[in-house]
Design a binder for this molecule. Structure first.
Ligand code: NZQ
Ligand code: ZN
Length: 384
């Protein structure tokens, strides 16, 4: 186990009926005016918008709204919201939505105080020094963004999907009410599951770490798989939803990274190029395709872990091999309706070159194997 420091400042408010409490938490911090940020309309259909607005009103909090944050969120919307936040002199941001809305809110919160273009934070030219306080009502469990300091945004002009991490953008309070996720379309549940599974795998297959955290990882992975199947059968199964939601938060709030080298994260780099080139591809869908391809490419280096994963997570019995484990993972993804090849995502073979060029902007990356341009191309070829 490597040495580590663990500090997570986010207050997680979890459970049925908690959305209504958001106004109280904001009021307690002495905040009187917020920017309410949301996506493309789901919160107006499932009643979350109404609950949030009522709670703000009852607690005497004024709001200005920016909506229309799209999945795989874009930089131009972040710029638009920073302008509104400054003009209206808001004291905090309230993000109501999934990862796309929360990540955009983090960029807005940091951009509020930065004189240059906040894209600088994503390309390593600016180290975030200050941000507006961020409050979250999460409507989709997947990314873990409700309890971490990461933000992922696409610069639509350069087709770069990059991230920054900062201690200043951890949400102050995040409300996770599993019942508001009853309205999620099935495919979003599937993509959310695969995203969270991939977060754990990024750490699990980075062979540093410890037996304790490996077992924590395995418990989260098994829970995610079981609850995904249960939710797909019965979307209003509260216990399944609650276990699923908590598992996705724990997958990327620092817990699964304790005592590791920090995770491999190559599959995430490879995926971000996929959803940058085609923004209609959900992050989880891209991961379903590239993660097994990466495992195949590095299977010699993570052989023991793959076999342990096959036995403890996928519950394979008999002669468990690396290839059998990867095949079983792909088969499970297929069984829940996820795509398993770039072709299925609508890419042509000729797109591999552009995907490689986009991903290579961050190369070399990865701790299990440091991937260079040729490795990246080969993994996309396996994924095709
Ligand atoms: O636009 P709205 O109306 O919000 O609809 C969304 C969107 O269409 C819908 N949705 C959300 N909650 C709903 C709902 N529909 C019905 N009922 C509800 N309760 O679901 C769709 C997808 O939402 P989105 O926010 O895009 O999904 P997700 O939470 O998976 O976020 C994905 C983004 O997060 C990034 C991804 O790359 C991607 O851009 N990531 C962020 C990370 C982080 N901050 O730590 C780590 C991840 O690895 C990931 O890269
Ligand atoms: Zn992810």
């Amino acid at each position: 186990m490597k040495n580590f420091v663990f500090h997570n400042p986010t207050k997680l408010v979890f459970g049925a009926g908690t959305v209504e409490q958001i106004g109280q938490y904001i009021k307690k911090d002495g905040i009187k005016k917020i920017l309410l940020l949301y996506g493309t309309g789901s919160i107006k259909k499932n009643g979350v918008y109404e609950k949030v607005v009522r709670s703000l009103y009852e607690n005497g909090i004024e709001k200005v709204e920016v909506s229309g944050v799209r999945p795989n969120p874009v930089l131009s919307k972040v710029h638009e919201a920073i302008d509104v936040a400054r003009k209206e002199n808001v004291e905090a941001i309230l993000a109501v939505g999934g990862g796309s809305v929360v990540d955009s809110a983090k960029a807005i919160a940091a951009g509020f105080y930065y004189e240059g273009d906040i894209w600088d934070a994503f390309i390593g030219k600016y180290n975030v020094k200050k941000a507006l306080p961020l409050y979250v009502v999460l409507t989709m469990s997947a990314t873990g963004t409700e309890m971490n300091g990461n933000a992922v945004v696409t610069n639509e002009q350069t087709k770069e999907k990059f991230y920054f991490s900062s201690k200043h953008v951890f949400p102050v309070v995040s409300i996770v009410d599993p019942t508001v996720q009853y309205s999620l379309p099935k495919e979003q549940v599937v993509y959310g599951a695969i995203d969270a599974i991939s977060h754990v795998m990024e750490y699990y297959f980075d062979v540093s770490g410890s037996n304790l955290i490996d077992r924590v990882d395995e418990a989260i992975l098994v829970t995610l798989m079981e609850t995904t199947e249960a939710i797909l059968k019965n979307p209003t199964d509260y216990e399944a939803r609650a276990n699923f939601c908590l598992a996705t938060t724990l997958a990327l709030n620092g817990l699964t990274g304790l005592g590791t080298d920090g995770g491999d994260w190559s599959s995430h780099e490879l995926e971000h190029a996929v959803s940058a080139l085609n923004p209609d591809v959900a992050h989880g869908a891209g991961l379903a395709v590239v993660f097994p391809a990466w495992l195949e490419y590095v299977s010699d280096l993570v052989g023991e872990k793959l076999i342990k994963f096959g036995k403890n997570v996928l519950k394979l019995r008999g002669n468990v091999t690396t290839q059998r484990t990867i095949k079983a993972l792909r088969a499970w993804y297929k069984s829940i309706g996820a795509p398993t090849s770039l072709k299925e995502l609508g890419f042509a073979k000729s797109d591999i070159e552009e995907l490689t060029n986009i991903a290579a902007k961050h190369a070399p990356f990865g701790t299990v194997k440091e991937l260079k341009v040729d490795d990246i191309r080969k993994i996309y070829e396996i994924a095709y």
